[in-house]
Design a protein around this ligand. Structure first.
Ligand SMILES: Nc1nc2c(ncn2[C@@H]2O[C@H](COP(=O)(O)OP(=O)(O)OP(=O)(O)O)[C@@H](O)[C@H]2O)c(=O)[nH]1
Ligand SMILES: [Mg+2]
Length: 1074
């Protein structure tokens, strides 16, 4: 097949109604990339026989090695239906949970998604997650039930059973929760926290009820709607109901449209009366009779002789054995007989053996011939042109492929559905954009551009583009002029892939230290040649982009009311627009509305992860992508050669730009920390940093797990007095108390924290958003009970800025002295201050200084908790009172404010540290607890290794929450909660202990209070009797919370009570010994 050229594809980019932008999404390993391969092969980019082996869109070395997709990649394909040509922009996405943010990228720039479901495994956690993502983005969906060949070949299911199995998988209920996916977070958090536990439980129940009300159950997919495709991506076939309706409509004399409605479901065709019945005891459903039976028979026919050939081989083997046995006996009994006689006998036996081998061979040939004839007959009846050579291939999978790809070609079935059922960009933008971008349609000043976007107008005055992610690629892959495709055989391709893997392994083993050093030098020399270039993965919503166009690059924080901030400008260069063809990029002279494309050049350097590009500044930036994964696994990195620090920093910057879900921060002790979504993601990031971005040798710390610190209620909590603490110069005293924050408020703040950027920035929607937040938060306080309802008025500030799940209350007798309305901005004037008075100005400045210092002290305390300097969560502090010591007299704040200005400068520093100390002391008056992050872990495995699997889970403190048996596969689905602390090496241990049968999927789920008192030591008589007097080491082995705290402290270089000299008495000097 001739490869479709870039210029042919470029011509189709202006015909909007014939464009489809689609993504393939699914759970890991359900066959997305294999399906993509089959579609790509229809354009002559790879040989159809190699589809599924090449995994063309998994072009990263890591992807080929690990056999999983790690990023979304796009390719443009041409598809013809009758005389119309369609441009299909296909994006393959990863199914592994660590790379979930790549799915967000894929669905944002596409209008339709194919959801692939493995017919045996069915809908899994990640399937639901990606469906939800697509649904929220307003993307239309079609279902691909894949791996149907497994039912026939692997499970040997008869067609009727296969039908029942498929019907189960099609009934996908799309559960859409309007709440954040992590809204169940912290369910276990602060279990003991609230005295009013029952009250909170009721609240939780109410919340769950509300949540259920928000769930929408919709049966969206139905074969007769034409949105379901049945496929085997590896065998290269697929069909929709209409494929068979077309075949049979003439044969059974029925209208094609009518057949479409009854080919699936409880409809039975009576061949005698030629009538369709709604009930029958003897007949098979029409889908089985007309669709599955013929496919099943074809599989049977292709593999039919395998069984017979096996029997022939087995009987031949048996005969051989018997003969050699007889021969052995004979020789032993007639040992001394005449040698000539023996020789003759041997000759006869050899001849017999030869004859029997020939006979077997003939038998085999006759079986094969018979089978070949049967197969040829079937193929002829179907009117397929399959050559004898193809039908006689040794590899059965190739015969399957040859027949099925002609009978039910996969690319035709899938792409026909895509064209018919998924919308073109104009239709999609009309419905999607108002939903995705409501702000744009509310303001009359944006009306023009909003209309152009809705109409996907290529001739609009303005041009609007969204860059969903930035990825890096090698300069060498840009605009490689289309080369003629070299078709290899399947064996050659496998050999080539194996050879590449072996070479890599050998190279890694052989690389000694010296070689490594050389390699670094070589890398340095070749830096220019192997340099990476950044490309924006973009979609154009209106207008036409050409070289020379001046464009504004607007960051997600851009506000059209302050157009100078978060905004840069650039001019599109001559070679900045690309057609994305997997790993290769082809230059395009221009690009018009309704297309996905690559954008290169200087302007990409001003884009961090995503951006809106517009020719006008009077526009809101496109809403940011919601990424459903939380980066949680951290490591500190440093260059092996300290002189290469600068290269590392540069490398980290590049890595940060090119990966949408990574976080890079500077740790407390100044180290550079990479935070990834999971182990697989982290491994890839480190490799990328080493090989592509920093190009230096890097050493990494042991994984760092973030913890949080909190307090819980106990019977004493209410009776506690506030902490009384004075500044070092004794001028000012504070009374500070602490208490646990109710669970619902913590949850609310956690969810809100995810949108913290919106809250902190001065964005266009700031006022509206802030008011809504204010009202919602007040509701949460009301829900928490009467005492908390009153506290809302006292709310002062949140902390620490990056977590914000702790609050500070203002309980001063006259709280208006410091700030009138706490939540609104701090510029508001206290009511006792008159504006124009000079004294008042001084008082005002004093108030502000004091207020800011108190807030800073609170922020510091909540950022570095007292247990191991991890951030606090769920703690409410209050400033109960402030008093001043003036001329040996204690005076109130009010009186102090009357005095002239004299306490600034050093005083504010003292207030900060005193408030911080006071908060920490107030915290420690309550029972303190460590809060740890928890993964949701999903594993599928068989019963043989279940025991070993549970062994690994229990060793790692996992809490199993469900175990379901999938009856058709006889595989168990196990769901467990696993502490992140215990997750390192978990997947490897699980695989090795279960011989590769259990492959866990981990995703961050929630924070959970570790309900162990870190200060516990045996103290009561009973405890001392049970545990005895314990050394620090023994306590650590008994007290997990303490052990974790000491581990964190050790890493941070904080003071720990550890005996370095273990046995002092044994360290006497020899001379003393004498
Ligand atoms: N029997 C059978 N195996 C299939 C089929 N489609 C894919 N596979 C196999 O399933 C495995 C996973 O296929 P991929 O295409 O890599 O799956 P994926 O969904 O892209 O996986 P990720 O991108 O890592 O999430 C491979 O071993 C494929 O050969 C099919 O139709 N039938
Ligand atoms: Mg894949």
């Amino acid at each position: 097949m001739v490869r479709v050229t870039a210029s042919e594809l470029a011509k189709l980019q202006t015909n909007i109604k014939n464009i489809r932008l689609i993504s393939i999404i699914a759970h890991v390993d359900h066959g997305k990339t294999t399906l993509s391969d089959s579609l790509i092969s229809s354009n002559g980019i790879i040989s159809p026989r190699l589809a599924g082996t090449v995994r063309y869109l998994d072009y990263l070395e890591e992807e080929q090695d690990k056999l999983i997709t790690m990023k979304s990649s796009s390719i443009s394909l041409l598809h013809g239906i009758e005389n119309e040509k369609y441009l299909i922009n296909l994006i393959d996405s990863p199914g592994h949970i660590d790379f979930n943010s790549e799915v967000s990228t894929a669905v944002r720039v596409t209008d339709g998604s194919l959801i692939v479901v493995d017919v045996l495994e069915g809908v899994r956690v990640q399937t639901q997650a990606v469906i939800r993502q697509a649904w929220f983005e307003g993307v239309k969906l079609c279902l691909v039930i894949n791996k149907i060949d497994r039912l026939f070949y692997e499970l040997k299911m008869p067609p009727l059973e296969a039908y029942l199995k498929i019907s189960i998988q099609i009934k996908i209920k799309i559960q859409i929760k309007n709440t954040n996916q992590n809204s169940n977070q912290n369910q276990n958090q602060n279990q003991n926290q609230n005295q009013n536990q029952n009250q909170n439980q009721n609240q939780n129940q109410n919340q769950n009820q509300n949540q259920n009300q928000n769930e929408e159950n919709e049966e969206h997919f139905h074969p007769s709607k034409g949105n379901v495709i049945f496929a085997s991506a590896t065998d290269g076939w697929a069909f929709q109901i209409d494929t068979f309706a077309k075949i049979y409509s003439d044969k059974i004399g029925m209208n094609r449209k009518a057949l479409n409605k009854i080919l699936w479901g409880e409809f039975y065709f009576d061949p005698k009366s030629k009538k369709v019945l709604k009930k029958s005891q003897n007949l098979k459903p029409m889908f089985v009779q007309f669709v599955l039976d013929p496919i099943w028979h074809m599989y049977q026919a292709i593999h039919a002789d395998e069984h017979d050939l096996q029997i022939v081989s087995l009987t031949a083997g048996k005969k051989k054995k018997n003969k050699s046995k007889k021969k052995h006996n004979k020789n032993s009994t007639e040992k001394n007989q005449n040698q000539n006689q023996n020789q003759n006998q041997n000759q006869i036996q050899n001849q017999n053996q030869k004859n029997s081998t020939e006979k077997n061979q003939n038998q085999k040939n006759s079986i094969k011939d018979k089978n070949f004839m049967r197969l040829e007959n079937m193929v002829r009846k179907l009117g397929l042109k399959v050559s004898d050579r193809e039908l006689k291939q040794k590899d059965r999978s190739l015969i399957v492929h040859s027949i099925f790809s002609k009978w039910l070609p996969i690319s035709k079935a899938v792409l026909d559905v895509v064209v018919a059922k998924l919308p073109d960009p104009k239709t999609a933008q009309k419905t999607r954009i108002p939903k995705l971008w409501p702000g744009l349609f509310k303001q009359p000043e944006f009306a023009n551009i909003a209309k152009s976007i809705e109409n996907c107008d290529p001739n609009a005055n303005d041009c609007l583009i969204f860059i969903a992610k930035v990825f890096s690629t090698s300069k060498t892959l840009i605009s490689r002029v289309s080369q003629p495709t070299v078709f290899m055989t399947r064996e050659e391709a496998i050999e080539k892939l194996e050879m590449r893997a072996n070479q890599r392994e050998e190279k890694e083993e052989k690389t000694t230290e010296i070689e490594k050093k050389n390699e670094i030098q070589i890398n340095e020399e070749n830096e220019d040649k192997t340099d990476q270039v950044f490309i924006g993965f973009s979609r154009i919503f209106c207008g036409t982009l050409k070289p020379g166009v001046r464009i504004h690059i607007l960051s997600p924080r851009y506000d059209p009311n302050e157009p100078d901030n978060y905004h840069t400008e650039s001019i599109i260069g001559d070679h900045d627009i690309y057609l994305l063809m997997g790993r290769e990029l082809e230059h395009l002279p221009k690009i018009s509305a309704g297309n996905v494309f690559g954008l290169g050049g200087n302007l990409v350097s001003s884009v961090l992860k995503s951006a809106t590009l517009s020719t006008t500044t009077k526009i809101l930036p496109f809403p940011t992508l919601t990424r459903n994964v939380t980066p949680i696994v951290q490591v500190a990195v440093e260059p092996e050669n300290p002189l290469e620090m600068k290269k590392l920093i540069e490398g980290l910057k590049l890595l940060n730009r090119s990966d949408p879900s990574i976080k890079i921060t500077v740790g407390d002790s100044g180290e550079n920390v990479i935070i990834a979504t999971g182990e697989v993601h982290l491994e890839r990031c480190i490799k990328d940093l080493r090989k592509r971005f920093a190009k230096i040798e890097i050493s990494t710390s042991a994984p760092i797990v973030p913890f949080r610190e909190t307090i819980i209620f106990d019977s004493q909590s209410k009776k506690l007095d506030p902490v009384h603490i004075s500044t070092p110069d004794n001028v000012c005293s504070f009374f500070i108390s602490a208490k646990p924050l109710p669970l619902n408020i913590v949850k609310f703040l956690e969810v809100y924290e995810k949108n913290s950027k919106l809250r902190k920035s001065k964005r266009f929607r700031h006022v509206e958003f802030s008011e809504q937040f204010y009202n919602d938060l007040q509701n949460e306080f009301v829900k928490a009970g009467k005492n908390w309802e009153k506290e809302f008025e006292n709310l002062w500030v949140f902390g620490p800025s990056q977590i914000s799940t702790n609050i500070l209350l203002n309980h001063l007798p006259d709280k208006s002295l410091l700030i009138e309305k706490p939540l609104q901005n701090s510029k508001s004037t206290p009511k006792n201050v008159e504006q124009n008075d000079e004294k008042s100005t001084q008082t005002m400045s004093k108030i502000q200084d004091l207020s800011h210092s108190i807030i800073a002290g609170f922020q510091l305390a909540t950022r570095l908790g007292p247990l191991c300097e991890e951030p606090m969560t769920g703690v409410c502090f209050s400033i109960e009172n402030i008093s001043f010591n003036s001329d040996e007299q204690i005076i109130s704040l009010e009186e102090e404010l009357e005095k002239p200005l004299d306490h600034l400068g050093i005083f504010t520093g003292q207030v900060i540290s005193t408030v911080k100390e006071g908060c920490l002391k107030a915290f420690l008056k309550h029972p303190a607890r460590l809060v740890e992050p928890i993964y949701l872990c999903e594993i599928q495995t068989n019963s043989d290794v279940l025991g070993k699997l549970y062994g690994v889970l229990s060793r790692r403190r996992a809490n199993v929450i469900s175990e379901d048996l999938n009856e058709s596969t006889m595989l168990f689905n196990i769901t467990a909660m696993l502490p992140v602390e215990e997750s390192f090496g978990f997947a490897d241990e699980m695989r090795s202990k279960t011989s590769g049968f259990a492959n866990p999927q981990l995703v961050f789920d929630h924070w959970e209070v570790l309900d162990i008192d870190p200060f516990w030591v045996p103290s009561t008589d009973d405890e001392i009797e049970e545990f005895g007097e314990q050394t620090n080491e023994q306590i650590l082995s008994l007290n997990l919370a303490r052990k974790l705290i000491e581990k964190v402290k050790k890493r941070k270089g904080l003071f720990i009570e550890e005996k370095i000299v273990k046995h002092g008495d044994k360290q006497r000097t020899l001379s003393k010994k004498k």
